[in-house]
Design a protein around this ligand. Sequence first.
Ligand SMILES: Cc1cc2nc3c(=O)[nH]c(=O)nc-3n(C[C@H](O)[C@H](O)[C@H](O)COP(=O)(O)OP(=O)(O)OC[C@H]3O[C@@H](n4cnc5c(N)ncnc54)[C@H](O)[C@@H]3O)c2cc1C
Length: 304
Amino acid sequence: MSRYFAPGNAAEAAELLRTTPGARVVAGGTDLVVAARGGKHPLPEVLVALHRVPELARVRETEAGIILGALTTHTWVERSGLVRSRWSALADAAAMIGSPATRSTGTIGGNLMNASPAMDLGSPLLVLDATVELRRTGGTRALTVAELLAGPGRTTAAPDELLSSVRIPAPVPGTGSAYIRLEHRRAMEIAIVGAAAALRFDSRGEIVAARLALTAAAPVCLRVPAAEAGLLGRRLDAEALAAAGRAAVAAVRPISDVRASADYRRAMTAVVVARALTLAARRAAAGSSVPGPDHPPTATGSVQ
Ligand SMILES: Cc1cc2nc3c(=O)[nH]c(=O)nc-3n(C[C@H](O)[C@H](O)[C@H](O)COP(=O)(O)OP(=O)(O)OC[C@H]3O[C@@H](n4cnc5c(N)ncnc54)[C@H](O)[C@@H]3O)c2cc1C
């Protein structure tokens, strides 16, 4: 039988994690509770629920970018006109998660801290240079997303640390970003493999900034520095796309599982990379109005 706490602020939540052996945070519960019900893991002995902590649900836009509280839901991200226009890859990914019910319950903090290699927000946050704030009694620290993710189901956060927020810097004007995933069906499914890209071009149409990251292709979502370096100074033509695909395939370490074989994942990596780079380039040229894979052209979103 689990013990259950619902603290009213983040300091109290952090103190419960510090002082109560076996305590684990529950946010939306769409990973933790669903996995327990499915018999994957028992429920933790002590649950520290965050839903009564308003400061963790706060979204702040600053000149430097945006700070999303850990409890920001996928629905909020998906519908935010601000996120869709400035950090399009993240909005693309949020719109693909699970079902409307999953998206309105699941949180950005839970997606990151669950640390699934197939998490949809990981690669977009990597290409957008996001950092997370971890809070414990007595202090906070900031980590890049790459520093946070340690392996399947593992992060570098200590058991008494709470993920309090995700900070995403303002993109340099002219940057376009996108996230593409391969899936067996549109809803209630996770990625077979996915790719996020962010690109910026100079006035001659040559790439001056490139970021590329992969989902469900290795033990953690990961950037592909060799592909990024190879894109700089060139146009995004067929040869550039093929070279980026080859560099990405060389970087992956996929597994075979119920969704796909490792060989299929490897082959499809080049496909999602080309599609993500192409969509990012179109957005860099034409703006975020270029719809994402799950965004019908007429859909509009607004900051709530
Ligand atoms: C039907 C279904 C479909 C899904 N589809 C997708 C999908 O397409 N793509 C995808 O990426 N995911 C998918 N998921 C997984 C899940 O919905 C997301 O990962 C979601 O973002 C998890 O957030 P949560 O708030 O529900 O996390 P929880 O289940 O509450 O927590 C998950 C883990 O993170 C820890 N945690 C949560 N918040 C914090 C915090 N602030 N600080 C420290 N630790 C914390 C918990 O202790 C737990 O270990 C799906 C789940 C379901 C049930």
